[in-house]
Each structure stands twice: as structure tokens, then as C-alpha cells.
Design a protein around this ligand. Structure first.
Ligand SMILES: NC(=O)c1ccc[n+]([C@@H]2O[C@H](COP(=O)([O-])OP(=O)(O)OC[C@H]3O[C@@H](n4cnc5c(N)ncnc54)[C@H](OP(=O)(O)O)[C@@H]3O)[C@@H](O)[C@H]2O)c1
Length: 251
């Protein structure tokens, strides 16, 4: 089966292309570096020729409100139109758990717009909402840092390894379209501030995490459970402590 991965050079995309290839699928990576630009439509028709499934794991280079909205609306519109012309039978997209509760942020307003375009189009689809990737913890710390202080709210999160995200996404991609949404998450719920504090300590990072109920998470002040998936979420196995240990050992 030909499966085109839009954003196939990215963190999740590159893992997904490898996994689908190992399963014997014709997994094709499509992104700027392979001459496919979803914003302009350049290279899309050629890339989608003969494709049964398209998985969109692209991301906006800019998270500024207007830029990210423009990215997800225009890219998704171009993609869905090209898929309709190519006769693609399944559109799969990666989104974020809790998106509709986080729209104080322009990034999540854009992800919600992306989801709505997909649900309103004619192509059978599956939306996979994942929790925060373990690989994303550095960016969370960087965004919340002011010098050597990292100020974070004690919201609960249930993060997961990018490798597990790619595996779950792969299973959905080769299955029947859900014409709906499924949530995926990691095995454990933890408080965001405690998680980042532990990760920084393990890495001998001198920054100090201060718990602050008023602190922002990417411009949002999430309620305690806003970032958590629902009871039906499919749970992955890799624990943060095991993942972190392996990262430190590899480094
Ligand atoms: N971070 C998290 O914790 C988290 C949690 C849940 C869901 N997600 C979602 O996961 C998705 C993937 O995230 P990621 O971290 O894997 O992304 P990433 O590593 O930043 O990769 C982004 C990909 O998008 C491609 N791209 C950017 N602009 C493009 C364009 N105009 N045309 C074609 N391709 C373009 C890039 O291609 P080039 O390399 O060629 O530039 C790259 O392959 C995102 O949609 C995000 O919302 C993230």
C-alpha cells in the first residue's frame, strides 16, 4: 500500500516512515526537503499519485498566532483537495489531546481549525490526538524559563514517547478510517512541574522549577485536568523514567 507521510522528515514522520517501510508498505516521505510544499501545493499532485493513504504529521515552522493558523488552514485545504483529485481513501492527521480546551492559545485554535477542515471534507479520515511527547519536555522547559527559573503550573499530563506515537499512528494508518477521533497517551499521569523538575535534575540542568498555579503553559493557564486524555485513550507502554534513562545513557 502506498502511504504518503506529509512531514516525513520530522520527529514523528521519520519514525513513521521507517515503521511502515519495515511492515512492507510503500511509505513515501513528503516534505519541503523532498520538493513537496503543502502551503503552495508544489509537488503535491506528483507525490500523491497512486497513494491509498496520506498521513499528515507536518508542523508549522512558526507558532505565532496568524502564521500557525495560516499554515494549518492552507496546508490542510491544499492537501485535502489534492487527495480528492488523486482518489486517496484515507486521510490521517496527528493532533493534540485537549485541543478544544486549550484555545486560549493560537496554536490550538489552528489545530482545531485543521481538525474541522478534515471532518468537513469528503475524504474518509482518522484524527489521532496524542499527549505531549517526551521529546517535547525540553521545549516546555525552555518556553517556561526565565533565566535559571522555570515556572510551571501543577497541571496533570500523561506524556508519551515519540516512538510510541509513531507506532500507534502506524496502526491507525493501515486500518479502516475511523471518521472520528482517537486519543493516545502514555502510561502514567504526572504533574507537569514535577516531571520537568525530575528531568532537569537527571540531566544535571541547573535550572530550578518553581511551582506556580498562575504560570502559563504556552500562553495558557491549564486547569488541573485540561491536558489529560479521556477514559477511552489507547495507552502506550514506555515510561518516562525508562525513556529518560536511555536518553542519558545514549548521550
Ligand atoms: N510536540 C508534541 O508534544 C505534540 C503532541 C501531540 C501532537 N503533536 C503534533 O504532532 C505533529 C508533528 O510534530 P513533530 O514534532 O513531529 O513535527 P516536526 O518534527 O517539527 O516536523 C515538522 C514536519 O513538517 C514539515 N513541513 C513544515 N512545513 C512544511 C510545508 N510547507 N510543506 C511540507 N512539509 C512541511 C517539515 O518538513 P522539513 O523538515 O522539510 O522542513 C517536517 O517534516 C504536529 O502537527 C503537532 O501538532 C505534537
Amino acid at each position: 500500500m502506498k502511504i504518503v507521510v506529509i512531514g516525513g522528515s520530522g520527529l514523528i514522520g521519520s519514525k513513521l516512515v521507517s515503521k511502515l517501510g519495515e511492515q512492507g508498505h510503500d511509505a513515501v516521505s513528503a516534505s519541503l526537503d523532498t520538493g513537496v510544499n503543502t502551503l503552495t501545493g508544489e509537488g503535491l499532485d506528483e507525490a500523491l499519485e497512486g497513494a491509498a493513504v496520506v498521513v499528515d504529521v507536518s508542523n508549522s515552522p512558526s507558532w505565532e498566532d496568524a502564521a500557525v493558523m495560516e499554515f494549518f488552514k492552507t496546508s490542510t485545504g491544499n492537501l485535502l483537495a489534492a487527495e480528492a483529485a488523486a482518489g486517496v481513501a484515507h486521510h490521517v492527521a496527528l493532533s493534540v489531546v485537549g485541543t478544544e480546551r486549550l484555545t486560549e492559545s493560537g496554536y490550538f485554535r489552528a489545530k482545531l481549525a485543521q481538525e474541522r477542515l478534515i471532518a468537513g471534507a469528503s475524504i474518509p479520515y482518522s484524527i489521532v490526538r496524542a499527549t505531549q511527547f517526551y521529546e517535547f519536555m525540553n521545549r516546555i522547559a525552555a518556553d517556561a524559563a526565565d533565566g535559571n527559573t522555570v515556572r510551571l503550573p501543577p497541571a496533570l499530563i500523561q506524556p508519551m514517547a515519540a516512538d510510541d506515537v509513531a507506532s500507534a499512528l502506524g496502526r491507525v494508518s493501515v486500518g479502516a478510517p475511523l471518521n472520528g477521533m482517537v486519543e493516545i497517551a502514555g502510561p502514567e499521569q504526572v504533574h507537569l512541574d514535577e516531571l520537568i523538575r525530575g528531568a532537569l535534575t537527571t540531566r544535571n540542568d541547573p535550572r530550578e522549577v518553581v511551582t506556580d498555579p498562575e504560570a502559563r503553559y504556552f500562553g495558557i493557564n491549564p486547569s488541573e485536568r485540561a491536558l489529560l486524555p479521556g477514559a477511552d485513550a489507547r495507552l502506550a507502554e514506555t515510561r518516562f523514567s525508562d525513556w529518560l534513562e536511555q536518553q542519558v545513557a545514549t548521550a
